[in-house]
Design a protein around this ligand. Structure first.
Ligand code: KG4
Ligand code: ZN
Length: 335
């Protein structure tokens, strides 16, 4: 039986996460989120790398303790290699490289957004291959055909802002805390999604664009004469903008499903926690006979369990792995 003990690390943005997996069974995982960015309304890269430095050792200690495993028992280390913030990636990678050299262990560099899709394989029921994958996070919006855990073809991605970034920037305009996606989601539940109509930028093929929507929203707010317009209409504004973002995502998903012979969709990334997106995807599944897979919320946002499962598949494939890897802030999706 192939059951390596894997320690995985994720530090690409503002969460320091670690997990321990035996074979493909998750033994423990933990996430230390950084609250320091909230007051700036976005992630401050220098503060993020400093916070990672503070969190990484206690996070690894905690995850090993929770799994009841000692560091000597670990057989391989998986770490997010990219894409992400250079300083943040460096902290996880330096830790993994150091431990790999000290204990003579392979260090496997994992692609962050591909791992968001593999998060669907952490717990059953799993999608079988191939499936259409949609990554919707704070930094990325990518549509891909997933042939196997290691083979994915990028079909399209955002030309400007990511879906999560659109949620966060619009939330900021509404005076909501960072990251704003979940706040918009909550407020939207009591609002009317048809109250305000916002434009949807047309993009070719399977690419996305959200920056026009953000600008249109800003000008829409600017032209209001009522100084209390936002507070008086907050729920409807949130419901309407959420409806527009989800409609843009669904339209491309439908096109991709229509043009491919795929019958399954799996999504990942923080925006996969959005309640309207989840609801609409399950409704589309019923309507069109698709199978839809969405990870548990904790595996949608940044986590190290998804890095561990990706590491497992690399090891299972028996790929030759180095003991030292460099960070790749712009790591390409398809190699
Ligand atoms: O995957 P993730 O944790 O980090 C990145 O890799 O970026 O995604 C974070 C993003 C943020 O933009 C956040 O606002 C968004 O996910 N998000 C949501 C929801 N929960 C998190 N967006 C919409 N609705 C939600 N419920
Ligand atoms: Zn992510």
């Amino acid at each position: 039986m192939f059951e390596p003990l894997i320690l995985s690390l994720e530090s690409s943005c503002d969460d320091t996460a670690a997990a321990v997996m035996q074979g493909r069974k998750l033994l423990s995982h933990t996430v230390a989120s950084q609250l320091v960015h909230e007051r700036y309304g976005g992630v401050v890269p220098e503060l993020a790398s400093r916070a990672h430095e503070q969190h990484i050792l206690p996070t690894v200690d905690r995850v090993l303790e929770k799994a009841n495993i000692s560091v000597e028992e670990i057989n391989a280390i998986g770490v997010t290699q990219g894409p992400g913030l250079l300083g943040s990636l460096l902290v996880g990678i330096a830790f993994a490289n150091g431990l790999g050299i000290a204990r003579k262990l392979p260090v496997i560099g994992i692609h962050h957004t591909r791992a968001h899709l593999l998060a669907n394989l952490i717990e059953s029921p799993y999608p079988s291959f191939p499936f259409l994958g949609l990554v919707v996070s704070g930094g990325h919006t990518q549509l891909a055909e997933v042939h196997s855990p290691l083979q994915m073809t990028l079909l399209g991605s955002t030309l400007d802002d990511a879906a999560g970034e659109a949620f966060d920037k619009i939330a900021k305009m509404l005076g909501l805390p960072y990251p704003g996606g979940m706040h918009i989601d909550k407020l939207a539940s009591q609002g009317d999604p048809m109250r305000f109509a916002f434009p949807r930028t047309k993009t070719k093929g399977f690419d996305f664009s959200f920056s026009g929507l953000k600008t249109a929203f800003l000008y829409f707010l600017k032209k209001q004469t009522d100084p209390h317009f936002v507070e008086r209409n907050l729920h409807d504004l949130c419901a309407s903008i959420q409806y527009t973002i989800v409609a843009i995502l669904l339209q491309k998903l439908q096109k991709a499903m229509h043009e491919s012979s795929l019958k399954r969709i799996a999504i990942g990334g923080g925006v996969a926690n959005n309640s309207l997106l989840r609801q609409e995807l399950y409704a589309a599944a019923q309507k069109y006979g698709w199978e839809v897979f969405i990870p548990k919320p904790i595996y949608c946002s940044d986590n190290a369990a998804m890095i561990a499962i990706a590491t497992y598949y690399h090891l299972e494939a028996g790929l030759e792995e180095p003991t030292f890897i460099p960070p790749m802030p712009r790591m390409p999706f398809s190699s």
